[in-house]
Design a protein. Sequence first.
Length: 418
Amino acid sequence: MDRGINELFEGLTITYGNRKYILPPSSFAEAEIGLMSQAEVQRGLEEVLDEVMLDHAIEAPAIRRAIQRGRGKVTMNDVVGRVKAHHEKRGKLITHKAVKQEKLTGGGVLFYEIERRGDSRKERNRDVKLEINGAGKIIQYSCPCETHDTNFAKGNYDAISELQQNGSASTNSSSGLQQMRDVSEFPTFVTHVACYHIAVALLHSSKTNSLYRSHFKFTKVMVFEALFKDVFGRVKEATIDDYLIRQGALTEETVRRVSEGELTLEVIKHMKNIDSRSQEIIGGIKRAREKDGYIFSGFATGLRGTPYQTASVVLTKQDGRSVHILYDSRLGLELPFMMLNVPFFQWISMGRTLPNSELTGNPLRETSQYLRRFDERTQQEVVSIITKPDSHLITRAETQLYERAIREQRVQPPQLAT
Ligand SMILES: [Zn+2]
């Protein structure tokens, strides 16, 4: 069985205490489609199909597969048909205007009525509320839909979703959630996902009143590839988010704000593929680090673009150092590893010289030596070292398992996910 942290969404994250607002690029790419007229979608589709067919270097696997299946052509009808299959037999994502109503009140509070993509007889349109300050910063947002309203609980912790199913926790009571701890004793964040409806409202604001400046910039190919991945490929949002981030969907300003520590790039996880022993070790690593002043700070993607790409548990320290707990079968061992990261500026200020080698390949082959690495979560150059957990946290037999796995370097690179 595949072990590891199963990511549901990845996005720009704004953290206020134990509240997190996560903006996945997949929501915003879909919102771009939602804000286009049908004629614009039609024109965009034609342009993108031409572009992808002419230039083989463009990374758009879902579009290419659809072209192949359609023996060289994909029509607007094909796309609308797929969208319908996805949204309660409705093609409204393409055929209807996404913004029904908007109202801007004083103090940067905006109210929007956003057209649902599905059957309007089943549920009402979504009333979205945004609060943005004078500097364009998101203070809060809300939407009554399921993605927004329940994912912060279901997405982050199994323990909470179980409680929810039993009716003991209300999704509306954030104070209740704040008290909870998940099974590995991580305090829980209340994570608010920017769903499609919130993304439409934010994007509309960025295009009309400039109260909000979008964190993302997309090419037409990126927008349509995201749509094709979703409705033709039916992949999970985190896969679309990863594609968009790799393709450069973050604006330069966003990258700068991440590297300055104002934002982070994090994932919402679902830790369903974890065994109880590994969970115990992860809990032990966390407690040991807390004694050194680290705090649990959520989850993030690491080793992006390599066959070992994985989501990890993140512990951070005020001074910029972090520990990522790597736990994924694709690393070749179904037990957690630790990766300590020190930002370059801090490493140098400690009077140390930067290592020459970079972490590029098999992380297991490169344990116990200092390496240069780019940290996605903070968009900073860091010096990293990967090691097994502290010896008092693992048994002798486990120590041997770690040592053997490292010695034999027996990992076969798994296939890159597309
Ligand atoms: Zn929503």
